[in-house]
Design a protein around this ligand. Sequence first.
Ligand code: URA
Length: 301
Amino acid sequence: MDAAPAFPYHLPMPQSNPDCIRAPLSALQWLVEAGADEAVGDEPVNRFNHASVRSGPELLEAGASPLPLRPSAARPKNLPAQPVTPAASDGDQIGRAMEIAAACGTLAELKAALEAFEGCPLKKHATRTVFADGVPDRRILFIGEAPGREEDIAGLPFVGRAGKLLDRMLASIGLDRKSNVYITNILNWRPPSNRDPTPEEAAVCLPFLRRHIELAAPRIIVLLGAIASRHVMGRSEGIMRLRGSWLEYFVCGRMVPVMPTLHPAYLLRRPLEKRLAWRDLQAISVKIQALALLEQSAESG
Ligand code: URA
């Protein structure tokens, strides 16, 4: 069949043809714009080598699923059966996310459920599911926006430049993720090219986040940036208007104070605003002391 070339890969490539140079470049640019901006394997894989690609029917005959589950997709017990095929479009993924999240009774189960969940389109582009970092015991929860490149590779939130700044911000009020802070994000998968999440992508992650908050049972929540504030609190004001004042979030019938503040990535771009973040950190520190969160035994709260 003489189909018209649909993509620069298919342009003729004689050595004298300048397209020979332009085609791979435009293909590369297209990939970068689509978010495929890093190599994730040690060895390159030639996906045009048809001999190495097993066909769908062959897979089905062998009894395998057409799309493999990720290696880390251990499913916790008592979860509703999951379809193997990812399909944001084939039904009510938000409803499924709610059902699955509600069935999780521990943070470990929730993590495994997220790793097995195929209903968020972002997961198709991501390398790892990014669940959380730190210790939940002290009930101090920081919520950011979404994993970036480094987080996607490491499978942990806030490990890149913004994460380093967050660590310094925490240290300035005697906190650190190894001993007393728990950190997660609104989204568990990196959006391509670090773009803002679409409302649909956020909506399908939100049931997991809400359950995450219930299971972590924080006594104080810090929201990093406008997107976290919008999705956790449903507030559409800009972060400059929201930051610095306490809001309230109810977790299992208990009121939890919530402080929206500036995102460390924003502070990297606008270092002068660090003075505002510092004020918020001091208010957070005073609240932690008032709630005696650093003095309590690990199990209390
Ligand atoms: N920014 C975020 O909001 N979260 C991360 O994990 C990293 C950067």
